[in-house]
Design a protein around this ligand. Structure first.
Ligand code: MG
Length: 206
């Protein structure tokens, strides 16, 4: 399986990282390897190669059907459940790579950098994927509040775009981008993420 991640999909987050939203005409995506998965609300250990790891809470879509060159009108047939994830980012490594015009694979794809909720919820229970609310709290304080209505590229558009380039398979995960409010984690933090009133992520930083 592969983990597909969308960058700059919420205007206010794009702005908080100092990027220009207006220039974006197509979704930006990158991959994490399957070794990046962090499951079952296991603790996240801050890696020693970074002095600034940020959390990015995101809605995660699980693909449940093989597909290629999927038209957005039919994209909804390719997923049924969504969960939440944290796209952990070694921001210092990423900034250095960007400054040097190099890929930021290490900054995004390191081991356990993709926390995924143990539970995925059927959309039949949640409603329209274009109108879901989620939030992340750190030590009980809300830091990120997202609504999928604010995505610059919706889930179906993302599926259409990504599947032009690579085949989607059952089990592939799509991290759909993070809303504003990203910030660093420190040892001892507790991260809790809620999707439409359901606590899906609840784990510690070590
Ligand atoms: Mg992200």
């Amino acid at each position: 399986m592969k983990i597909i991640c969308i960058g700059r999909n919420y205007a206010l987050h794009t702005a908080e990282l100092g990027n220009d939203v207006s220039r974006l005409s197509e979704p930006v995506f990158f991959l994490k390897p399957d070794t990046a998965l962090l499951r079952n609300n296991d603790p996240f250990y801050i890696p020693n190669f970074s002095s600034r790891v940020d959390y990015e809470c995101e809605l995660v879509v699980r693909i449940d059907r093989l597909g290629k060159c999927i038209d957005r009108r039919f994209a909804r047939r390719y997923y049924n459940e969504v969960g939440l994830g944290i796209d952990f980012t070694a921001r210092d490594l990423q900034r250095r790579a960007i400054a040097e015009g190099l890929p930021w694979t290490a900054a995004k794809g390191f081991d356990r950098s993709a926390a995924v909720s143990p539970q995925f919820v059927p959309l039949s229970e949640l409603g329209d994927v274009r109108d879901l609310h989620f939030e992340l709290s750190v030590d009980g304080e809300v830091r990120q509040c997202g609504s999928t209505a604010d995505m610059l590229f919706g889930v179906d558009e993302i599926i259409e775009y990504v599947s032009k380039f690579m085949t989607l398979r059952t089990g592939d995960l799509i991290f759909t981008g993070t809303p504003q409010g990203v910030g660093p984690v420190v040892r001892g933090n507790n991260l809790k993420a809620v999707l439409e009133g359901r606590v899906l992520l609840d784990f510690d930083i070590r």
